[in-house]
Ligand binder design. Structure first.
Ligand SMILES: *Cc1c(COP(=O)(O)O)cnc(C)c1O
Length: 349
C-alpha cells in the first residue's frame, strides 16, 4: 500500500482516508510517508466504509481513499468512485481479504488506480510474509517498477525465520488447534522469535521493512497458489454458504450482502451479543473463532490508538462492531467435521 501511495506522490501533510475497523498495518503504511490517516466510520451494521461519513471527512488536504473490502465483502464501489472523481481523489483498494469478490460483475481490485494484497498467514492466499500491489494504469506501473529497483533483500535471518514459521504453520495448523497455535504464536512474538506483520508503531523512524523485497520462496509459493485460486475460492464460497444456510440462531446476525455483490469470504463474520463469553466458550470447545477486528485499528489498545491518530469514540459503528464480531474460517483446512462443529457451537449460543 505504501508503494502505491508513494507512487502517487503522497507525503508530509497529505491526508489519506482509511476506514476504522481496519488493521494497524494500514495506518502504519500511511504514516510511513508522513501522511495522516483520516478514519471514516463503517456502515451501520456492516463492515465497510460508510459513504456518508466519507463525504464528511474529505478536506482540502485529502489525496487518496483506501477502500477495504472487509472479510471479502465488496465496498460500495460505484458510490465511492463517483465521490472520489468529483473530489479528484485517488482510490486504492485493500484486497487483503479477497481476490475474487465482485460487484456488478466487476472484480475487486479493478476499480481504483491500484490495489494491494497480502500473503500473510490468515489471508486467502497464505504464502509467508509479504504481498503484492497491482496497478491499473501504465504510468503507475512505470513508477512502481522504478521503486522496486531500490528494494533490498531482507536479512538472511529474517528469511529463515519466515520460512520456518510458514512450514511449521502449514504442518501444524488445523481449526481444532487454532487456540493452541494462537497462544504459542503470541508467546513467541513476545520474545521476538516469531515474525509478525507489524511492530514498528512504537518507533518514530520508518521501518526499513517497507523497502524489502518479497522472499523468493514466498514469491514462488504465491505464484503457484495463485494458479489454484479458483479452487481456493470455490471452497470458501461453499463453506460460507453452509454457514449461511445452517446457522439459524436468532441471537447471531449474518452479514448483509447487497444484491449486486458476489463475495468470496476470507472469513465468515457473525455479530454476537456477548463476544467475550462466546470467544471463551469457543476456546474451551476448540472451535476456531477469530476476534478480529477487536479494535478500530486492530490490534491497538485504547491507549495506543492515539499514536495512529484515531480518536476514541470518533467512529461509533466501528467500535460497536469490534464488540460484536466473531469470524469463522472458510479456508481449505476447514474440513466437514470442523464446519459441523462450528455450526453446532454457534447454534447453541
Ligand atoms: C492483513 C491486512 C493488511 C496488511 O497486510 P500485511 O501483509 O500483513 O502487511 C492490510 N489490510 C487488511 C484489511 C489486512 O487484513
Amino acid at each position: 500500500m505504501t508503494a502505491l501511495l508513494k507512487a502517487l506522490k503522497i507525503s508530509d501533510g497529505d491526508e489519506v482516508i482509511v476506514q476504522a475497523f481496519t488493521c494497524v498495518a494500514v495506518a502504519e503504511g500511511v504514516m510511513a510517508l508522513g501522511a495522516k490517516p483520516v478514519y471514516v466510520d463503517i456502515e451501520a451494521f456492516g463492515y465497510n466504509i460508510c459513504v456518508d461519513d466519507l463525504k464528511r471527512k474529505i478536506t482540502k488536504k485529502t489525496r487518496a481513499i483506501v477502500v477495504q473490502h472487509t472479510f471479502g465483502i465488496p465496498a460500495a464501489m460505484k458510490a465511492i468512485i463517483s465521490i472520489a472523481e468529483s473530489a479528484h481523489l485517488f482510490v486504492i483498494e485493500d484486497c487483503c481479504h479477497t481476490i475474487g469478490s465482485s460487484q456488478d460483475g466487476r472484480v475487486v481490485g479493478s476499480w481504483g488506480i491500484g490495489s494491494f494484497y497480502s500473503f500473510e498467514w490468515g489471508k486467502p492466499l497464505a504464502a509467508g510474509l509479504g504481498g503484492v500491489a497491482t496497478v491499473n494504469t501504465e504510468d503507475m506501473k512505470r513508477r512502481l517498477d522504478k521503486q522496486l529497483i531500490e528494494y533490498k533483500r531482507p536479512p538472511k535471518i529474517k528469511s529463515v525465520k519466515i520460512q520456518i514459521q510458514y512450514i511449521a504453520h502449514q504442518m501444524l495448523y488445523r481449526p481444532r488447534l487454532y487456540w493452541v497455535i494462537r497462544d504459542i504464536y503470541k508467546t513467541l512474538g513476545k520474545f521476538g522469535v516469531a515474525e509478525g506483520n507489524y511492530h514498528s508503531i512504537q518507533k518514530s523512524v520508518v521501518s526499513e521493512e517497507f523497502s524489502w523485497r518479497m522472499l523468493p520462496s514466498v514469491e514462488m509459493r504465491a505464484v503457484s497458489k495463485l494458479k489454484n485460486i479458483r479452487h481456493i475460492e470455490d471452497y470458501a464460497r461453499k463453506v460460507s454458504k453452509i454457514y449461511r444456510d445452517e446457522i439459524l440462531n436468532k441471537n447471531v446476525t449474518h452479514p448483509v450482502i447487497s444484491i449486486d455483490c458476489n463475495p468470496v469470504f476470507a472469513r465468515y463474520p457473525l455479530r454476537v451479543r456477548n463476544k467475550e463469553d462466546v470467544l471463551k466458550m469457543a476456546r474451551k470447545e476448540n472451535v476456531e473463532l477469530a476476534d478480529w477486528y477487536s479494535s478500530p485499528v486492530h490490534p491497538l489498545s485504547k491507549g495506543d490508538l492515539i499514536k495512529v491518530g484515531y480518536v476514541f469514540q470518533s467512529c461509533r459503528q466501528a467500535e460497536e462492531r469490534c464488540k460484536e464480531v466473531v469470524t469463522l474460517p472458510t479456508h481449505q483446512k476447514t474440513k466437514k467435521k470442523d464446519i459441523i462443529r462450528a455450526i453446532k457451537f454457534i447454534n447453541s449460543l
